[in-house]
Design a protein around this ligand. Sequence first.
Ligand code: ATP
Length: 271
Amino acid sequence: MAPAPPVIRVRDLSKHYPGHVAVQNVSFELALGETLVLLGPSGCGKTTLLKMLNRLIEPTSGTVEINGVVVGRQQPEVLRRGIGYVIQQVGLLPHYTVAENVGVVPRLLGHAPTAIAERTNALLTRLHLPPKRFAHQYPHQLSGGQQQRVGLARALAADPPIMLLDEPFGALDPVTRAGIRRKFRELEELRTKTMVLVTHDVTEAFELADRIALLNGGQIQQLGTPHELLFRPANDFVRDFFAAERLALQLHTLRLRELLPFLPPALYRLH
Ligand SMILES: Nc1ncnc2c1ncn2[C@@H]1O[C@H](COP(=O)(O)OP(=O)(O)OP(=O)(O)O)[C@@H](O)[C@H]1O
């Protein structure tokens, strides 16, 4: 039997605007359950690349395949129902309650109302938004962090195997952001999902990524694990990009085994 194709396969993908190349010849593959972080400075093409995965932007050339099927041959609406999408601006419908917002996609998919209600309550509970208090509130009654969690619940409602996240914690202050990110990492729900997440926050990338694609000028400068980018940078851009935060990141990335020689002998012997 032939091996299963990668969940996402991007080949030679480019997007040209008049007088400007936003994304140039990008290729990568993602396996089931992997999280790829698209990282890079403002304007490097992260959002454009992400939006080409679910056809919110059509590429100038190249292909995107999801589970071996070229997305350009699928109806965009059908494609998007199978891919959760979370954006910084959250985009909740203001005249819908929290529960109605979360249920949008399952309703489109024709799920039974009782099943939708159960799923909505379970998700809100898991995202620390007790349904009794929040289900019937409207977006304007919620804080920024609560709105972002509703946005996440909405993306997860139909249990899509793939999630695209564009600065999902972007609207939050650093402290709230770190807290929500921790909750996000602990979500059982996300463990099996294949995810592509855009951020310009280096710490966030190191916390959440299995692999990072560091972009500049629309091109991938290096694609690898956080450890590889930090310790084996492919070029000066990669090295310089992490320079300011190198020490903190190195501590974050080092495995305990690598730190053992530097620990006091008493502690060392425990291992
Ligand atoms: N519709 C468009 N027409 C022309 N140029 C565009 C268009 N959309 C994006 N661009 C340009 O393409 C480049 C990549 O934009 P993109 O939004 O993908 O960057 P980004 O890395 O997500 O940036 P940020 O972190 O600031 O959101 C930018 O230089 C931007 O100005």
